[in-house]
Design a binder for this molecule. Structure first.
Ligand SMILES: *Cc1c(COP(=O)(O)O)cnc(C)c1O
Length: 373
């Protein structure tokens, strides 16, 4: 029994160490500039990110949750409106909806891709439905073509939750560029991460972009003149500067994630009862997470931990069963696909810098777990 972690779930030092001087230099220059809020680095990063995401506009905000909230709010979602959202997403997707007193309507995902199933979206539409929030879970693009058709047939807004899929695409159109306003997160562990909290909204609609700029800044575009009751949800100039430096490397990091994922899939195929990630033919997958499934999940996770391998569960409790949403009166069994995924999924370490030898150690430890069963 080894004590201590040999392979952490995530290690950001591989990507930060080589750029330490560059990050320190920009920190020093901002320190001396006295420009900390809504400065030139923020507008520079907003331009770079809009170009990266192939949208007209990107607006830097405080975090991914606020990016979702501001997107919904700018598009006019309000009390009582129904928003269709996958039953197996991270809680932030739901929190953004309920913060506006709108109603999350859960649609089950596809059991292979873990992304929201278009047929289940169709079945969830009522006269109160205003929006669909597809979540590109684990880094794989949803079937945005079908979802866009459903939205336009039913006059619905799309807000993509693109927190996990920066750079992914459906039929070569990037995630974060399909919806009316789309949110992403630069939480440090995301594929593109700040050195703290940050997020962005991407859109092709000038009016929506301007609305978000107002809402994130106290409802003001002129100091001390307030057009709407807004919020303080700005991205720091400092975080924007760090992100602009890191963005240049994102394509290389994504390619590395995809290579590690392909290696895992090669060395884990036909091990135990493992179900490995499935990639839809028209989607690209940027592997924010490499998620496997097994009915022995808890025992496997404990065994890996004993052998120094840290894993996580994304996510152990689906939103409809969270204590925070007890008042929605859902029960176990209401969304069996989400519940099955929650009971069986396990995310393996995956980050730029993870070596082939480390993957091999992880795979052989998993294999030895199943041999001992
Ligand atoms: C991380 C994440 C968010 C929230 O982003 P924060 O920056 O942490 O607020 C929202 N949705 C999904 C799917 C996420 O993974």
């Amino acid at each position: 029994m080894t004590s201590g972690i040999r392979i952490p779930f995530m290690d950001l030092s591989y990507i930060h160490q080589p750029m330490e001087d560059e990050l320190s230099d920009v920190f020093k220059s901002i320190l001396q500039s006295n420009q900390y809020i809504l400065g030139s680095h923020l507008s520079a990063f907003e331009s770079s990110y809009a170009i990266f995401n192939q949208t007209q506009y990107a607006i830097g905000v405080s975090n991914g949750l606020d990016a979702l909230f501001l997107s919904l709010k700018a598009l006019g979602i309000e009390e009582g409106d129904e928003v269709i959202v996958p039953s197996n997403t991270f809680i932030a997707s739901i929190l953004a909806i309920t913060a506006l007193k709108a109603v999350p309507v859960f649609a089950e995902p596809d059991m292979q891709t873990y992304n929201i199933c278009p047929d289940n979206i169709r079945n969830a539409i009522t006269s109160k439905t205003k929006a669909i929030m597809p979540v590109h879970l684990y880094g794989q693009a949803c079937d945005m073509e079908t979802i866009a058709t459903i939205a336009s047939d039913n006059n619905l807004i799309i807000v993509e939750d693109n927190a996990q899929a920066q750079g992914a695409a459906f039929k070569s159109k990037l995630t974060g560029s399909w919806g009316h306003a789309n949110a992403t997160s630069f939480y440090p562990g995301k594929n593109l991460g700040a050195l703290g909290d940050a997020g962005a909204v991407t859109t092709n609609d000038l009016a929506v972009a301007e609305k978000i700029q107002l809402l994130r800044n106290y409802g003001s575009d002129k100091k001390y003149y307030h057009k709407v009751a807004g919020h303080n949800m700005r991205m720091d100039n400092l975080q924007a500067a760090f992100l602009d430096i890191k963005l240049k490397h994102l394509p290389v990091w994504t390619a590395e994630r995809q290579k590690i994922a392909a290696y895992y899939t090669q060395i884990l195929s036909s091990v135990g009862d493992l179900i490995l990630p499935y990639i839809n033919a028209d989607s690209s997958h940027v592997f924010h997470l490499y998620v496997i499934r097994t009915k022995y999940r808890d025992a496997l996770q404990a065994y890996l931990s004993e052998n120094g391998i840290q894993t996580l569960i994304h996510y152990p409790i689906p939103p409809h069963l969270q204590e925070a949403y007890r008042h929605l009166n859902y029960r176990k069994g209401d969304f069996p696909v989400a519940e099955t995924i929650a009971d069986t999924c396990l995310s393996l370490p995956l980050y730029p810098g993870l070596s082939k030898e480390q993957c091999h150690y992880i795979a052989s430890t998993i294999a030895s777990f199943f041999e001992r069963l």
